[in-house]
Design a binder for this molecule. Structure first.
Ligand code: ZN
Length: 61
């Protein structure tokens, strides 16, 4: 699994291939460069941290 990052809306997501445009905001270009790029290690770490916090907030059924 690879992580990607959208510079236009700062959306971090995982996938198996680099999409043409951001699945969240739909941007394909940002500052004349592809909006979606590979996420850096720090961005991946941040994504996983946010996800872990989200899990803690989930109501227990
Ligand atoms: Zn985006």
């Amino acid at each position: 699994m690879t992580y990607y990052y959208c510079d236009a809306c700062h959306y971090c997501f995982e996938g198996t291939f680099l999409p043409d445009r951001c699945p969240d905001c739909g941007a394909d270009l940002y500052n004349d460069k592809p909006a979606v790029r590979l996420a850096t290690k720090d961005e991946i770490k941040e994504l996983l941290r946010i996800r872990a916090e989200d899990d803690e907030c989930d109501p227990i059924e």
